[in-house]
Ligand binder design. Structure first.
Ligand SMILES: Nc1nc2c(c(=O)[nH]1)N[C@H]1C(S)=C(S)[C@@H](COP(=O)(O)O)O[C@H]1N2
Ligand SMILES: [Mo]
Length: 393
């Protein structure tokens, strides 16, 4: 595709913040320290987790860069950045979370395959861009379309990066056409993040943002959009990012039995405490995030200081720092909630947090019951241990 190159080595990687915990270097996979997440409702771009499957693409000519749209009757058509900038611009606050968030804790039950992640493989950003529904309308697909006259039912997003899982081919994923053409689903072709031009690590010049859905479907460095009759057959849709029951292992796995994971289930984590923290006296602050998928929003967060025997409800603190946008209204739907509670702990304790979404969905109590061989969707109650001790300082 003109104007953008997918390098085959790591000699052109962008600079990164020294605070990031690097879980894999090539491809670059990193998350911030968990405490960094809770100091602002909108996650600074530098500290936003970075999840890649290949070298970061390089744009050599933004004017020639375009996305090709195929699969409609007639020829492929191109859309250039100048055309995308002309469409109505939306700012959508949405939390992007990798399906592998909290994988390390799951791997402690039994080995899983995948990059190890702590609890910070997510971030909340204000994404600026055009709605995919508007772009598709430009190409003759009306809003609220489930099937095109030629039988198109899914929208596939293809990148330019080179991934070894795709034998050196690009990263790709798809979503249903009905979601893509629904303006309320807020699927964006984003060119901004937190009011500034998208950074290379996050998909410059253009990425998809599918709110409420696991991060894997928000394809970065968009190269083409294809209207297809069946969901994308790429590796990351068919041989990865599927949730299997605990009984499935690498000898009996049949990938075709499961559908690709889309919506993110309800999740939360404590970020003000590490496991294990020693506190000087008994007063602790329990702060963290809670987020759910499908646009459902968070109803409440419960915290416990006795391992889950008794609970108190946390309060929310947030939204004081969206400087960018006055017309932003979407955050209750797609964004996380930051929560806070304080408690006196007389002795060493297990602190627990669990969230409930507006559909009444709750997190599973133990990671054992949701263990799966790829280590995705660890949404079990988050537990940290605190010891009351005397500081030597
Ligand atoms: N082209 C491309 N898009 C991609 C990926 C990728 O490796 N290549 N990784 C996906 C995954 S698994 C996640 S969780 C998010 C991460 O987005 P971020 O790096 O902007 O945080 O991007 C998704 N989109
Ligand atoms: Mo991911």
């Amino acid at each position: 595709m003109p104007g953008i190159i997918g390098p085959s080595d790591y000699s052109q990687e962008p600079p990164r913040h020294p605070c990031l915990q690097v879980n894999a270097k090539e491809p670059f996979n990193a998350e911030p320290p968990r405490s960094a997440l809770i100091s602002s409702y909108v996650t600074p771009v530098d500290l936003f987790y970075k999840r890649n499957h290949g070298p970061i693409p390089v744009v050599d000519d933004i004017e020639r860069y375009c996305v090709s749209i195929t699969g409609l009757t007639g020829n492929p058509k191109n859309i250039f950045m100048k055309d995308i900038w002309k469409l109505p611009k939306y700012n959508i606050t949405a939390t992007l979370q990798c399906a592998g968030n909290r994988r390390t804790a799951m791997s402690k039950i039994k080995t899983v395959k995948g990059v190890g992640w702590d609890v910070a493989t997510l971030g909340n950003a204000v994404w600026g861009g055009a709605k995919l529904a508007d772009v598709l309308e430009l190409f003759g697909i009306p809003k609220f379309t489930g099937t095109t006259p030629s039988g198109g039912k899914h929208v596939e997003f293809v990148s330019i990066d080179k991934c070894k899982e795709e034998n050196g081919g690009p990263y790709k994923a798809s979503i249903p056409l009905s979601q893509a053409t629904n303006p309320e689903a807020d699927v964006l072709l984003a060119y901004e993040m937190n009011g500034a031009t998208l950074k290379r690590d996050h998909g410059y010049p253009l990425r998809v943002v599918v709110p409420g859905v696991i991060g894997a479907r928000s394809v970065k460095w968009l190269d083409s959009i294809n209207i297809i009759p069946e969901e994308c057959q790429g590796f990351f849709m068919q041989k990865d990012y599927k949730m299997f029951p605990p009984s499935v292992n690498w000898d009996n796995i049949d990938w075709s039995t499961r559908r690709p994971q889309m919506d993110f289930p309800v999740q939360c984590a404590i970020c003000s405490l590490e496991d294990v923290n020693v506190v000087k006296h008994g007063k602790i602050t329990i702060k963290g995030y809670a987020v759910t998928g499908g646009g459902r929003g968070i109803e409440r967060v419960d915290v416990s200081i006795d391992g889950g025997k008794t609970w108190l409800e946390a309060s929310r603190y947030q939204k004081t720092d969206i400087p960018y946008i006055a017309d932003e209204t979407s955050s209750d739907k797609w964004a996380w909630v930051l929560f806070e509670a304080t408690a006196d702990i007389p002795q060493s304790a297990e602190i627990v947090a669990k969230a409930v979404d507006t559909a009444g969905n709750v997190q599973p109590e133990n990671v054992e019951v949701i263990w799966n061989l790829r280590g995705i969707l660890n949404t079990s109650w988050h537990r940290v241990h605190v010891r009351v001790g005397h500081s030597n300082l």
